[in-house]
Design a protein around this ligand. Structure first.
Ligand code: NAP
Length: 259
């Protein structure tokens, strides 16, 4: 359990769901972790769980749509732990709605969190990773970045954007011989609070149930609902030297949904 000893990690959206599981697993592997989120109370709970498990972690308030807050968060991470090696761009929201009725405001909020947030985090972390001598950027996309879903086109656009943004930045890092790898992760149906926050109108749009066990039984080839730990284990792999020859690739963790 020391694959990441000596490494420093920053996890956006680390207060809940997949981000929380990533923070816990990265810390279990020896990384010092900054948990960053807009939710202070839940973020502090993630930190407490890590510290109680013998790991090292701190919380930092971060709205991923703010460039200024990203700059402050990266600077605080370096001040606290001496560098930055691992960024998990995980914070995300899912705004549902028909293309006929979705407001421009909702579209822009979806893009701001899921796409601007990944852009800003990547932009401000890569210089710190170069200075630290080693870096791995892991962008949490989705199976929704590979295939479309009715009434989730705005979310599809962000996750498809994250997928190709990842490849473009990976190639820029490689071309410059920067010691930074950049990969995306594509979760399928994972049991987290994000589903409770989605608009109920998705029920009218091809998703005939919001019960996750039933949804997985109907839609996932294995019939199994994914857990946050399933994604966190993939993130640890991409953060560690086990994946040292991988950059610009996409790790699909979906029970066969895209197969
Ligand atoms: P989650 O449990 O809702 O966690 C997301 C976290 O991000 C929450 O703590 C949320 O805070 C926070 N957040 C939202 N807006 C933010 C902002 N502007 N700045 C900083 N933090 C913000 O969701 P999750 O399922 O773990 O999702 C994590 C990532 O996985 C997302 O990118 C999501 O799109 C992706 N994903 C999830 C699934 C799935 O089935 N669960 C599948 C594919 C991809 P609030 O609760 O206060 O909003």
């Amino acid at each position: 359990m020391d694959k990441l000893a000596g490494k420093v990690a920053l996890v956006s959206g680390g207060a809940s769901g997949i981000g929380k599981a990533c923070a816990l697993r990265l810390a279990q592997e020896g990384a010092k972790v900054v948990v960053a989120d807009i939710d202070l109370a839940l973020g502090e709970q993630t930190v407490t769980s890590i510290v109680e498990g013998g790991g090292t972690a701190s919380f930092r308030t971060l709205d991923v749509t703010s460039e200024e807050q990203w700059q402050q968060c990266v600077a605080a991470t370096i001040a606290l732990y001496g560098g930055l090696n691992i960024l998990v761009n995980n914070a995300g929201i899912a705004v549902g709605g028909s293309i006929l009725t979705m407001s421009l405001e909702d579209w822009q909020r979806q893009q701001a969190v899921n796409l601007d947030g990944v852009f800003l985090g990547t932009k401000h972390s890569i210089p710190a990773m170069i200075d630290s001598g080693h870096g791995s950027v892991i962008n949490i996309s989705s199976v929704a970045g590979i295939k479309g879903s009715a009434h989730l086109a705005a979310y599809n656009a962000t996750k498809g954007g994250v997928r190709l943004f990842t490849k473009g930045v990976a190639r820029e890092c490689a071309a410059n011989r920067w010691p930074v790898r950049v990969n995306s992760v594509h979760p399928g149906v994972i049991e987290t609070p994000i589903w409770d926050k989605m608009n109920p109108e998705l029920l009218d749009a091809g998703m005939n149930t919001m019960d996750l066990e039933t949804m997985a039984e109907q839609a996932v080839p294995t019939g199994l609902l994914g857990k946050p730990l399933d994604i966190a284990n993939g993130v640890v792999f991409l953060a560690s030297d086990d994946s040292s020859y991988m950059t610009g690739t996409e790790l699909v963790i979906d029970g066969g949904l895209c197969a």
